[in-house]
Design a protein around this ligand. Structure first.
Ligand SMILES: Nc1nc2c(c(=O)[nH]1)N[C@H]1C(S)=C(S)[C@@H](COP(=O)(O)OP(=O)(O)OC[C@H]3O[C@@H](n4cnc5c(=O)[nH]c(N)nc54)[C@H](O)[C@@H]3O)O[C@H]1N2
Ligand SMILES: Nc1nc2c(c(=O)[nH]1)N[C@H]1C(S)=C(S)[C@@H](COP(=O)(O)OP(=O)(O)OC[C@H]3O[C@@H](n4cnc5c(=O)[nH]c(N)nc54)[C@H](O)[C@@H]3O)O[C@H]1N2
Ligand SMILES: [Mo]
Length: 730
């Protein structure tokens, strides 16, 4: 497949037209896109009260291929009742992630009991009664509740409240597979786990670091910001073992000049080894120190830990830095010089930073680098984890975490006059491990694909199979519905946010709360998430408890409770009347007074980790293609990497040659967790030698359950693998 020379551009525009046809016409899609609902894809966020395709400041009109893709998917036809008897479970298990999604929208509850050949439609009453009876028969700590980041603040808050009043803290969200290392890392630095800046700050920056991410595919809106920055004369430093097409050159579709001529994005492209970022970040910091470019007054007045960090930097030999990062001195110097010359730098990062056993250390090292030059706690400079799901941050804010913040815990008890459980709750991977050990019996998933997003797919399948019941609240089918099966599996169809009968709210990665109006349902059958949770809670906890679950089906009531309980959300109480979206207070820092007890930020000191894998192994990253959203695959091809299929391993030509392989040769890829056969070798000069790339979620059978000790985030990006040629095949 031919690779385009730039990201975005006409292919993105044509794609939008094609999707519009699939969605039943341009006008229909246009109306859906312009409705006042928060965009469904990433957490950079568009939409809300300003209408779709308009950003937080309300100024810019943007075309995002991803949001069109997600919208068109929700505009699919319904899965018809006869589907369930036409396709057996055995057939569904053969479906690819793309085929599962393309089945259509879920519109009726279905259930599967082990031994059955296929799912059977059941009524809502029966489905909810079965789930309620099950919960009543179990002890609460035999259950867990997993949340994806697409649901609303209202649904997230209500389900965690129900889970806790039922009696368990086994409440967690997909962040444990995603940005948890960012939250833990940032909290240890600034006392707050989120971005230190707002959207406007990016407009004032003259240097942006893009570390471990592929925003051209995954956060296309960031590309507009980077284009504007380059036009202003600013710089972009990309740190990534892969040269991603769209980070070299991008054609922003909503900007005529950029669309026609393209915009150069990276001023400097640094390629470390997978997992080499920590060494590289220390290297740049060391260079800054050597240059005498440390902001001494800032680190002395506003940070703890400079003397320790300084000693570490000075004692660290350059050779160790080069070996562990894979980056030569000249490139470290170039990055250091560009950084030292910048007046206002913003540091962005994504999964290439968090998906490692040293994910939190990576985040702390990024913060070190920022603080050393006083690049936090003032306008135009700061730290920006680029979040994944559109409301993953909100879900966390409203209490979907095993442990509630102390203030939230007390206010929740007080507000509802209840006592909450104090047993320790489990994170996501711990729940899967506990299921495997037979300690858990029941799981409920508010969206997402718990099976598909897990490391060690074979293990995840076995673990879930040990549960007696798993309940999925989903909008469409995914591989989890065919492979993440318990003794009894129940799928409950729910409405996406633009079909909600009541307004909902979401929080962007800039700590900005948006209001979605909802809209008419496209199909009969699915219920609103809150409706399902409220009915279930009534069935389990009864009508007469301290919480009136019927009243709590009113989103305004939920918002009132959130406003009282969650710090910074006060303005949510009357958002229905004011329609005013708002910035959550106390999290962004435009002055160097941080949310720590004494207001100072903390610098951290680390050991540099060895690179993953032995001399005869390769380091594997598992990543997204252009045509997928997490475990949901929309297209088999990956446009910008020029791959027409997904069962491939991208390798540097030097590795292909060294291992005596050839293009399109079939190999078996092995790791400590498992193996994948019949994978095609694809020589790919843009990946640094020694490192290889495969697509998530198919490659998850290879990802071991290794995780970062303090954030529990699995190391999805650093898997040691070996290749074997598949006998007889070429
Ligand atoms: N279209 C689309 N948009 C999405 C998503 C999607 O699936 N599709 N998913 C959403 C979600 S939940 C998330 S979390 C984000 C994910 O957004 P990203 O983090 O951009 O997604 P990944 O594909 O995991 O990309 C990882 C990038 O990190 C690089 N990388 C891998 N290992 C390393 C390393 O060790 N060091 C460095 N420096 N880089 C490394 C890879 O080369 C790749 O460019 O996107 C969100 N937006
Ligand atoms: N190997 C590897 N594994 C990874 C990653 C990786 O990079 N590599 N990335 C990790 C990351 S960053 C993440 S965030 C996780 C993703 O983990 P998840 O969030 O668990 O997975 P998704 O694939 O986003 O979930 C998609 C499903 O959500 C449902 N859905 C969509 N919209 C709605 C809605 O409005 N309401 C409800 N109730 N359901 C809805 C649909 O049924 C859809 O099939 O995967 C992680 N796993
Ligand atoms: Mo994510």
């Amino acid at each position: 497949m031919k690779r385009p020379k730039s990201g975005g551009g006409w292919p993105a525009v044509f794609y939008a037209w094609r999707k519009a046809r699939e969605a039943g016409g341009v006008l229909r899609l246009w109306r859906a896109m312009r409705s006042k609902n928060t965009c469904k894809t990433c957490a950079l966020g568009m939409g809300g009260q300003r209408g779709g395709m308009v950003n937080e400041s309300g100024r810019k009109f943007e075309v995002c291929k991803k949001s069109i893709q997600a919208m068109a998917a929700d505009m699919q036809g319904a899965i018809r009742p006869e589907f369930w008897s036409t396709y057996s479970l055995a057939q569904l298990r053969q479906f690819s992630p793309r085929e599962m999604e393309a089945c259509g929208r879920l519109v009726q509850p279905v259930a599967l009991t082990r031994g059955d050949d296929d799912y059977r439609p059941i009524g809502w009453e029966e489905a909810l009664a079965r789930v309620a009876e099950k919960l009543k028969s179990l002890s609460p700590d035999e259950t867990f509740f997993y949340f994806s980041g697409r649901s609303s603040n209202e649904a997230g808050f209500l389900l965690q409240l129900f889970a806790r009043l039922y009696g368990t803290n086994n409440v967690n969200n997909c962040s444990y597979f995603c940005h948890q290392a960012s939250g833990v890392g940032l909290s240890s630095v600034t006392g707050s786990g989120t971005a230190t800046i707002v959207l406007e700050d990016l407009d004032r920056a003259d240097l942006v670091f893009v570390i471990g991410g592929n925003p051209a595919s995954n956060h296309p809106r960031l590309m507009t910001v980077l284009k504007d920055l380059r036009r202003r004369g600013g710089n972009v430093i990309v740190i990534n073992p892969v040269v991603e097409t769209g980070l070299v050159n991008f054609r922003v579709p909503s900007d005529v000049r950029s669309l026609l001529f393209g915009t150069k994005i990276a001023s400097l492209y640094v390629q470390p080894h997978i997992g080499g970022d920590l060494a590289l970040l220390y290297g740049i910091a060391k260079r800054i120190d050597e240059m005498g470019a440390i902001d001494e007054p800032f680190v002395m007045d506003h940070c703890h830990g400079w003397p320790e960090l300084r000693d570490r930097l000075r004692a660290m030999p350059w050779q160790g830095i080069h070996e562990r990062s894979g980056v030569p001195q000249a490139e470290i110097d170039a990055a250091g010089e560009m950084y030292a010359a910048a007046k206002s730098a913003v540091f962005c990062w994504t999964m290439g930073i968090t998906h490692h056993v040293h994910g939190v250390h990576n985040v702390q090292a990024i913060a070190n680098l920022a603080l050393l030059r006083g690049m936090a706690g003032r306008p135009g400079a700061g730290l920006l984890p680029i979040r994944g799901h559109s409301n993953v941050q909100g879900i966390g804010s409203v209490g979907v975490t095993p442990k509630l913040k102390d203030a939230v815990f007390h206010r929740l008890q007080e507000h509802f006059g209840v006592r909450l459980p104090t047993t320790p709750g489990k994170d996501t991977l711990a729940c899967v491990e506990a299921a495997a050990a037979g300690e858990l019996k029941f799981g409920m998933c508010l969206g997402g694909n718990l099976f598909g997003s897990n490391p060690d797919a074979r293990f995840a399948e076995q673990a879930i199979s040990k549960l007696s019941t798993i309940v999925y609240l989903s909008t469409s089918l995914n591989t989890g519905h065919a492979r993440g099966l318990a003794e009894e599996t129940i799928i409950l169809p729910v409405l996406p946010r633009d079909e909600e009968p009541q307004a909902t709210t979401q929080e962007s990665m800039f700590n900005y709360v948006r209001l979605s109006d909802g809209g008419p349902p496209r199909h009969e059958g699915p219920l609103s998430e809150v409706d399902v949770i409220s009915r279930l809670a009534r069935g389990v906890l009864g009508e007469s408890g301290p919480v009136d679950w019927k009243l709590m089906a009113d989103h305004r009531r939920i918002r009132e409770a959130i406003a009282r309980i969650i710090p910074g959300f006060e303005a949510l109480a009357n958002i229905d009347d004011t329609k005013r979206e708002f910035q959550i207070g106390g999290r962004t820092f435009h002055l160097p007074t941080f949310a720590t007890p004494d207001g100072k930020a903390r610098l951290h000191v680390h050991e540099l980790p060895d690179l993953v894998g032995g001399p005869d192994e390769l380091r594997l990253m598992t990543v997204r293609s252009e045509g997928q959203f997490n475990t949901v695959v929309y297209e088999e091809y990956d446009l910008y990497r020029g791959q027409e299929r997904r069962d491939v391993i991208l390798m540097n030509p030097a590795d292909v040659e060294r291992l005596g392989l050839a293009a399109d040769q079939r190999v078996t890829v092995r790791s400590e967790a498992g193996e994948l056969g019949n994978i095609l070798v694809r020589p790919y000069p843009d990946i640094k030698a020694g490192n290889v790339l495969m697509y998530y979620p198919e490659a998850n059978v290879l990802v071991p359950r290794r995780f970062d000790a303090s954030s529990k985030t699995p190391a999805f990006k650093s898997v040691a693998v070996r290749l074997e040629t598949t006998a007889g095949a070429k």
